[in-house]
Design a protein around this ligand. Sequence first.
Ligand code: G6P
Length: 608
Amino acid sequence: MCGIVGYTGSRAATPVLLDGLRRLEYRGYDSAGLAVIQPTGGVAMRKEVGRVAALARAVPPDLPGSCGIAHTRWATHGGVTQANAHPHADSEDRIVVIHNGILDNSEVIRQRLIADGVTFRSETDTEVLPHLIRTFYDGDPVAAVRAALAEIRGTYGLAVLFADHPGLLIAARNGSPLVIGVGEGESFLASDPHALVKYTRRVIYLEDGELATIRPDEIATTTLQGGGVNHTVEELEAVYGSEDKGEFPHFMLKEIHEQPESISRCLRGRVQPREGNARLGGFDLSPADLVRIDRVCMLGCGTSYHAGMVGAMAIERLARVPAVAEIASEFRTRNPIISPDTIHLAVSQSGETADTLGAVKEVQVKGGRVLGVVNVVGSTIARTCGAGVYIHSGPEVAVASTKAFTSQVTALFIFTLMLARSRSLSLHDAQRLARGLMNIPEFVRAYLASPGPIPEAVRLLTQARYALFMGRGVSFPVAKEGALKLKELAYIPCEAYPCGEMKHGPIAMMEPGRPVVVVVPDDEHRERTLSNMQEVRARGAVLIVVHTRGDDEAAAMATIPIAVPATDPVLSPLVTVLPLQLLAYQAALALGKDIDRPRNLAKSVTVE
Ligand code: G6P
């Protein structure tokens, strides 16, 4: 979702800004723009609908100027048009702003400014900012930005240029991440460290309620009101910047194939098969703390919510502790009851999802405990939670999450093992589970090396006007994840249902030729799932069945049987999800869709 890049130094700003935008493309966007202060005075601005490549073509290659800002927009207020793309400027194009987030009171301010004679050029909430800053500007840029922000309600990560102050970038943050890159005689700004790594690994994370004045040789941070703030310069993790597709045509396929290694990284040093136990150092929970937990609540969105569902089911089953997964946006808006003995886990790949962050803050404000299960090191959710674990997937670039899902599930299984061991799980059963977990990377590798009849299943799905996914127990969230992937990537209408619920609705959709994807590992629900398969088959549906290798009965009922390695039944989501990832990938490929950047979606959803 929206990206910010800024540069001030001695090199030409435009190539740095365009390069930074390209590195943020993976987040999803619909238009792009940049502004560079000109040596002759004034600001040069360009905006384009579509890709960064279109913007690059529109910008003169030798555009002078060594201080500028650039933005990728994901439309919220106002359609996808050139006028609505950022940057936005005051009427004289002397004060220029880019902004991520949503300004809640923009309409009131807009009407007031219009009454005062200001003409607006876009439909965006952001455009009020440069005009408002202009009303306070009397030569002191920082004072003008501060005064304007004092009137603003809403979320922002923003950057401001003043034509009168070449070399100066002003940045402010409230709810939308910003990171400042510290170079030698040059400084950078971005909404995501990925944009910076080529130039510097030394960064300062701006916190909510802070404002930064950024010059080539000097970075100063204060509170929005002007109070002192001590910032620390941190070194970026080595994983940043390691993204390229290698031998793969798409990041998604690369990330699917990285799963044996990413799951191993998540397990490394954390599971002790001999002791039948596990350790998640970041959680800092002693056995005495673990036995006091009376309930576990997972918070997440999209794929991360599905991982939370798997985790909650595993916890209830093995640790016998009540556990639920909640969609973070619903949780935060319904004034939830928070018990001090409930442990909340905020599950997020990016660590920046606005709704998950909102849910974290809701728990904290009510005195509850929330720990992060996050991929991106140093992200806002990781830092807001204070404690938590990293899933160590490595950078995930494709918008559709794959390796982060399996690593989230792995981390939640590790937690399940700890919690269950502190309760009723015997040493023997815990050892079996721990060994089962340690074997998963090998099973994943084996499946990916020989994935079965995916192309045949894809032929059925790509011709379908509707597809149903179903599963029971831990296979239901897997079915949901499979349907989400297919819808996100191939735009095929589909939904996921628990097998038992299928009779209460989707069965009406069954007719000859309808594809139904069933996830049926060899677990205690298998028999009943086979019955449900009979029910849809009797109505002419064609079954694509993900089953445990060797389950001939399940395979025989399928039009397309897809076998996965046998695992401990609870751990099966780590292998049953793999064919569903491949189905979505191959279906999108067959239909010629933009696999790594599906339409309208964003990798990191930083607005509510
Ligand atoms: C977006 C992405 C999904 C992701 C969800 C939650 O919708 O497109 O792939 O699952 O956000 O993101 P998070 O970073 O919090 O896991």
